[in-house]
Design a protein around this ligand. Structure first.
Ligand SMILES: C[S@@+](CC[C@H](N)C(=O)[O-])C[C@H]1O[C@@H](n2cnc3c(N)ncnc32)[C@H](O)[C@@H]1O
Length: 386
């Protein structure tokens, strides 16, 4: 299903059915009384991870070692995180990455109860004819055990193995993977874990492989991933998506900026009920992601056919409908700039500007240079390309 320019994300019905069976819950017609212990654990996890004075102790105690937290994570955060990986996967699918592989070797780092890996496995099953070998890894064996048991119940066609891997002290090994995913784990690592991760990643990823990092859209957590992006680029890695610049991330210039996607989704009824019980609002899915590799291939090479990071922008804000004008922020080699159109200047050429959504890729021609923004005039040609 499409909403605006983006495909709406969703949790497959059969996944919801099997998740309910696994946790012994009626998720199609959720009963608030049975969800209460889950809601309490979700609140504890949320506070443990968000409150600055509790956070490092909560992570150090390995919160997913407690069954009540593991089940709550699988039910709630697992369901919210599952569809997020479909956005970078769809961008990778625009290249010949999947076509060139017969058997995809995947490693998920910091798997927890497996949302990234499960989201990926469902996507592979629906979108490709590939065979795949999946490896889930974490430093906590308890969540890997839960994931293995749940994975069996899902009857997916790909073999899954598990591996203990501590990313804080990861050492290079011989294993080569085509795709490495790491979701919501970077922010739980020691402050300079990145120094260990880079040589490990270099050894673990095949020469033509890609790595997908996803982090929550919270300022500090998102900024850590964006800082890591800059470091990877500096150390010779290449960015595939989402950025339309390989310059240092412009969102890091101001201490209070960050950058994230925000995608509509079909919020399942049980998530709506849990949101009501916990005071969360998950009406859309917000997250920061990067896709990087060792080869210099960029999304624009395969979608647009060239790499013009001056007149093609990635929209990095919502569309602001203001009195008399429409504004968005876009990012490319020019930095993070405001693009603004007076409503009276609407024309056939610029009509697409009125439909722009966050993270759209937009080609612009004949823009108007202004002192502190880029003007979209009557003659500006606006073309949403993805
Ligand atoms: C917030 S959960 C994310 C789980 C899953 N990837 C997702 O996106 O929903 C963070 C996971 O990272 C794992 N983790 C934390 N520190 C780690 C480390 N040093 N090495 C490996 N895994 C780690 C935790 O055990 C937990 O399973």
């Amino acid at each position: 299903m499409r909403t605006g320019n983006w495909v709406m994300l969703y949790l497959p019905d059969d996944y919801i059915q099997r998740l309910g069976d696994f946790l012994q819950l009626h998720l199609d017609e959720p009963i608030p009384r049975t969800l209460k212990p889950f809601a309490e654990a979700i609140t504890d996890i949320s506070e443990g991870l968000k409150k600055k004075n509790k956070r490092s102790e909560f992570i150090r105690r390995i919160y997913l070692d407690q069954k009540v937290f593991r089940d709550a994570y699988l039910l709630y955060y697992g369901s919210i995180n599952f569809p997020k990986i479909h956005i970078p996967l769809a961008e990778i699918q625009k290249s010949d990455f999947f076509n060139q592989k017969k058997n995809l070797r995947v490693l998920d780092a910091g798997s927890g109860t497996g949302s990234m890996l499960l989201g990926l496995a469902y996507w592979l099953k629906n979108e490709t004819t590939l065979t795949a070998e999946l490896t889930a890894s974490d430093y906590a064996s308890s969540s890997l055990d839960t994931l293995s048991a749940f994975y069996k119940a899902l009857a997916l066609p790909y073999p899954l193995r598990t591996q203990i891997l501590n990313l804080n002290h990861a050492v290079p090994s011989e294993n080569k993977f085509d795709l490495i995913t790491a979701g919501n784990v970077l922010n739980e690592l020691e402050p300079d874990a990145e120094s260990h991760i880079l040589p490990w990643l270099d050894a673990a990823l095949a020469q033509d492989g890609l790595v997908i990092w996803i982090e929550p859209a919270l300022m500090d957590l998102s900024r850590r991933l964006l800082t890591f992006r800059d470091r990877m680029l500096k150390e010779g890695w290449f960015l595939y998506s989402p950025c339309f610049t390989s310059n240092p991330c412009p969102a890091l210039t101001e201490k209070t900026d960050w950058c994230h996607h925000d995608v509509p989704w079909q919020r399942p009824e049980f998530i709506r009920v849990l949101d009501g019980m916990t005071g969360h609002i998950r009406q859309s899915l917000k997250f920061t992601y990067i896709v990087m590799g060792k080869r210099d291939i960029h999304l624009s090479d395969v979608t647009i056919g060239n790499r013009d990071f001056l007149s093609t922008v990635r929209v990095v804000s919502e569309r602001f409908e203001e009195k008399g004008r429409i504004r968005v922020f876009g990012c490319n080699d020019r930095g993070r700039c405001a693009y603004s159109m007076n409503k009276r200047d609407k024309s056939d050429d610029n009509s697409a500007f009125r439909k722009i959504e966050r993270y759209d890729v937009v080609q612009l021609a004949e823009t108007e240079e202004k002192s502190n923004y880029i003007g979209i005039g009557k003659n500006t040609k606006v073309h949403i390309v993805g």
